[in-house]
Design a protein around this ligand. Structure first.
Ligand code: SAM
Ligand code: SF4
Length: 333
């Protein structure tokens, strides 16, 4: 028997996010630069190796897995990973297997995701306007994402929309997005931009504090705080007029770290202990060292020992460099 995961601050780790690829078919302006260099394919963990690491975490008490990226659904044969991981749902060890996606490949995969036991998907959608969509994602096609969202619904998946709030690009679309989401039965979560990785744009120009967004919405809607806590930076309200849920992810303006329950695995097998810090351990070498999992578990324990108390993101002009150099698409959002 291997012990349950707990870090040096006594926080139980029950949630693993896995970035299965750093590649993507979009180039969202806040996430990537247009000309990204991606990791060589040979550095990636195979899907079987990703399953082995994830399963080691499940053995240690992780009960929620989120598959993300880059765009997870562009990784070749990724459904075989969902299929393999679904066995932990069947045993009850996992309570949730889920995915964060840009929606471009959802039409193709929604039914199979549902068949693998996925119940909810997060789809990133920053605008309902095709032109703005093209401007923000550079390469994306809104129609295709809408078809994907519809396919998800048809497959019985609950859809949560994630919208990054950008001061100039989509601030005026937050309210229409809220109305659309709730009319369609989707929850909406707003996200503040985080200073991750070099991009062409100036982040201080994009940053829109959600405290201001909330105050503005509160002039027109009754927002009732909900107590649901995810162990992450999201806080939820019910919008009484629409009956739907609205989340605010505010990593910059709030401190949520004391209840952090999560760690992140990259597609090359690096375990990051905090989205906003560089503390990490390599799991690929111990994984490949032997077929037994002892070395892997030891490395996971080393990770627990160095998980930092919290992040220290700041977006300000004096400090123009990103808080951490790696992009969100590497660590997995
Ligand atoms: N490609 C998938 C998608 O877009 O949903 C999954 C990976 S993406 C990195 C996960 C989430 O991170 C998306 O909702 C995206 O909008 C968000 N994101 C990316 N870069 C960000 C940044 N610098 N600040 C805040 N959110 C970011
Ligand atoms: Fe791709 Fe998601 Fe980053 Fe957009 S946010 S570039 S869809 S990884």
């Amino acid at each position: 028997m291997v012990p349950l995961l707990e870090d040096s601050f006594g926080r139980r780790i029950t949630y693993l996010r896995i970035s299965v690829t750093d590649r993507c078919d979009f180039r969202c302006v806040y996430c990537m630069s247009e000309h990204m260099s991606f990791l060589p394919k040979r550095d990636l963990l195979t899907l079987e190796e990703l399953d082995r690491v994830a399963s080691a975490f499940v053995e240690r008490g992780v009960n929620k897995l989120r598959i993300t990226g880059g765009e997870p659904l562009v990784r070749r044969n990724v459904m075989s990973l969902f299929r393999a991981l679904s066995r932990h749902l069947q045993t009850g060890a996992l309570t949730e297997l889920t995915v964060t996606t840009n929606g471009s490949q959802l039409a193709r995969h929604a039914a199979e995701l549902a068949d693998c036991g996925v119940r909810r998907v997060n789809v990133s959608l920053d605008t309902l306007d095709p032109e703005t969509f093209r401007t923000i994602t550079r390469w994306g096609d809104l129609d295709r994402v809408m078809v994907g969202i519809e396919a998800a619904r048809a497959a019985g998946l609950q859809v949560k929309i994630n919208m990054v709030a950008l001061r100039d690009a989509n601030a005026h679309e937050i309210e229409p997005m809220l109305r659309w989401c709730h009319a369609e039965g989707h929850d909406l979560t707003l996200i503040e931009t985080m200073p991750l990785g070099e991009i062409e744009a100036d982040r201080t120009d994009q940053y829109l504090p959600l405290s201001a967004v909330r105050a503005k919405l509160a002039e027109r809607y009754t927002l009732t705080d909900l107590t649901d806590r995810t162990g992450g930076p999201a806080r939820y309200v019910r919008v009484e007029e629409t009956g739907g849920r609205l989340g605010f992810i505010t990593p910059l303006t709030h401190n949520f770290c004391e209840s952090c329950n999560r760690v992140r695995l990259t597609c090359t097998g690096t375990l990051f202990l905090c989205l906003g810090q560089d503390h990490a351990v390599d799991l690929r070498a111990p994984l490949r060292q032997s077929e037994a999992d002892e070395a892997l578990h030891r490395a996971i324990d080393e990770g627990m020992a160095i998980k930092p108390r919290g992040h220290d993101f700041v977006i300000e002009r004096r400090n123009a460099r990103p808080a951490v150099a790696r992009h969100m698409s590497v660590t997995g959002g």
